[in-house]
Design a protein. Structure first.
Length: 134
């Protein structure tokens, strides 16, 4: 169902959905969501989150938002990169909230080798809720 939604909306072009055993992961490239490397959602990014929020809301499970960015700074400590990654996650969470998403969200940042395709951006992970697990 989600892949059909993504395919039917040109604004969502570039998002990819991957199903694993216990989760569904949607990856949004940084170029789709943000203005350059800055800490601002682009108009296209806000529109994509507006379209994605009701789809995620129908699932009903908590969404984990993982912002990814390259390490920056002296010694590869990643200080600014980590800040950029976390900012991406928080802005994505805020965009989903503004678009009407009501269910639980968790936002975190991760330093990644963004030269690897599929790592420069934001990952939204929806885990299956299983009986006996919180």
């Amino acid at each position: 169902v989600l892949r059909n939604q993504l395919a039917a909306r040109p604004t969502l072009a570039g998002l990819t959905a991957t199903r694993e055993d216990d989760r569904l992961t949607i990856f949004a490239p940084a170029a789709l969501l943000f203005d350059g490397d800055g800490p601002t959602l682009s108009a296209r990014g806000r529109e994509a989150l507006y379209l994605l929020a009701p789809v995620l809301g129908r699932v009903g499970n908590r969404v984990e938002i993982i912002g990814r960015a390259a390490a920056e700074g002296e010694g590869g400590d990643g200080g600014r990169g980590w800040e950029r990654a976390l900012t991406r996650a928080v802005l994505t969470a805020q965009g989903l909230r503004q678009a009407g998403y009501q269910t639980d969200l968790v936002a975190r940042g991760v330093i990644a080798d963004i030269s690897v395709e599929g790592l420069n951006g934001v990952e939204l992970t929806i885990r299956e809720e299983r009986a006996g697990r919180p």
